[in-house]
Every structure is written in C-alpha cells, then in structure tokens.
Design a protein around this ligand. Structure first.
Ligand code: ADP
Ligand code: ADP
Length: 227
C-alpha cells in the first residue's frame, strides 16, 4: 500500500506541481493518474521512488515513510517504465534485461536465462533478444522496457505514459498485455496517462488531477462513468 498524506511539491521557481494530495494506492491493483498536461502526474509518480522529493507531507510505503530508506534500496522494490523505454542502445535486447539480475549479483548465464524468461513473459519472440533496441519497433521496445522493469521482481511498478509513443493499434495490444500480466503477476502498478480512455480501460482506481496539482476525483472507472 502506498499512502500520499497531504503531499505537496513546489519547485524552486515557485510552481506548485502537486497540492495537498491525499490518496491510498492499494496493493495488487492498477491505479491510474490522469489529467491534462502539467497537472502533476509525472511529479506525483516520481515522488514515489524519490526521483523527486516532496516539499511537504509524507508518502508511506507499507506503512513506512519512504524517506526512512536509502533511495537505492527503495528503488530495488520499485520498477520504472517511461515513454521511450530508455533502453541501452549499445546492448542487445537480452542484455538490456540481463543487466538487472547481474547488478543484483546473478552470474551472466543465470541472468541471461532469467532475461529470456522475462522476454517471453512480455510476449517477445526469443530471437529478438539478439537484436539491438534500434532494430525493434516502438511497441517491441516498450515490451523490453517492461521486461527490464520486472527483472528485479519489484512489488511496485511505476509507468509514465509507457504507451503514448506507439500507434493506436499497438497501444491497444500493449494495454491488453499489461492487463494480462497484471492478472498473472499481481503487481502494484501506478500508471500515468493523459488519455482518459486508457485510464478507464486499465485502472482499478483512477485519480483525476487538475492543473495546479489538486485531486479532482478518485474512484473506480465504473463510479467515474456513472457521475
Ligand atoms: P504532468 O506529468 O501532469 O504533465 P508534471 O508533473 O510534469 O505534470 O508538471 C507539473 C507542473 O510542474 C507543470 O506546471 C510543470 O511545468 C511544472 N514542473 C515540472 N518540473 C518542473 C521543474 N523541474 N521545475 C519547475 N517546474 C516544473
Ligand atoms: P509494430 O507494429 O510492432 O510497431 P513495426 O511495423 O514497426 O512493428 O515492425 C514490423 C516488424 O519489423 C517487427 O517484427 C520488427 O521487429 C521489424 N523491424 C522494425 N524495425 C526493424 C529494424 N530496424 N531492423 C530489423 N527489423 C525491424
């Protein structure tokens, strides 16, 4: 469980990106932050893994203030996926994923075995493992990004507009895959998008933010649609 308690982020230039955000993100569910550009979605997400620290308020992970942990330790339990996958261009697809278990102490052969399993988990054919990221389509690169984020088996996965850069048909596929993956793996997923349809499709819970960083609504998609 991730609890935002009156979380405010004011940047150095005075911009209030997130304003007294109070909400609870439940385990094993997909919680979506949705709203127009500049409403504080990315800021909210990055406060969870401490890429950004809140100005005031607190974020608790499983009841503990995230500031009590070293950021590197915190991040071991939190995968992170961004829009353009952020893959290492000079490593093969397989090694992009295998790097994570190697950093965690696995030997090369074991790490590559684990990476191959993860590529299968996200629906990529094994032969693509030998390619470099630039030799994959955008949709395939996003799958690799998800595989890499899963490599440390983190209970929490943060996803920042992961499917925005791919065309609508591929996006639809990736959304379906994410729902399948979620039903198998039961991760706690926090997903940012500006697309309300995507939020409704993916979210167990949807947090609607408005510019200025205030929470407008926080409910299930069914309840939001009924309003
Ligand atoms: P979103 O993800 O919803 O588009 P962001 O969290 O990126 O919103 O940004 C929220 C607000 O904070 C915007 O007004 C943005 O311009 C501002 N902002 C983001 N990063 C910084 C920064 N480093 N310094 C100053 N203002 C920032
Ligand atoms: P998608 O619909 O998944 O986005 P694309 O239409 O971009 O796929 O690519 C179709 C096929 O061509 C994919 O199997 C992909 O692996 C392959 N492909 C795309 N770019 C390259 C490349 N630069 N080199 C080799 N194969 C590529």
């Amino acid at each position: 469980m991730i609890e935002f308690q009156a979380v405010t982020k004011r940047y150095d230039d005075g911009t209030v990106a997130v304003d007294h955000l109070d909400l609870t993100i439940e385990d094993g569910k997909i919680t979506v932050f949705v709203g127009p550009s500049g409403c504080g979605k990315t800021t909210s997400l990055r406060m969870i893994n401490r890429m950004i620290d809140a100005t005031s308020g607190a974020i608790l992970l499983d009841g503990k203030d995230i500031r009590a942990q070293h950021p590197a330790d915190l991040r071991r339990g939190i995968g992170y996926v961004i829009q353009n996958a952020g893959l290492f261009p000079h490593r093969t697809v397989l090694d992009n994923v295998a790097t994570v278990p190697m950093l965690l102490g696995a030997r090369k052969a074991a790490a590559r075995g684990r990476a191959a399993e993860l590529l299968a988990t996200v629906g990529l054919p094994a032969e693509l493992g030998k390619r470099y990221p630039a030799q994959l389509s955008g949709g395939q690169q996003q799958r690799v990004g998800v595989a890499r984020a899963l490599a440390a088996d983190p209970p929490v996965l943060l996803m920042d507009e992961p499917f925005s850069a791919v065309d609508p048909v591929v996006r639809d596929d990736l959304q379906d895959e994410l729902l399948r993956l979620q039903s198998e793996l039961g991760k706690t997923i926090v997903f940012v998008t500006h697309d309300i349809d995507e939020a409704i499709k993916l979210g167990d819970q949807v947090a609607v933010l408005r510019v200025g960083g205030r929470l407008a609504q926080y409910d299930t998609p069914a309840a939001l649609l009924a309003k």
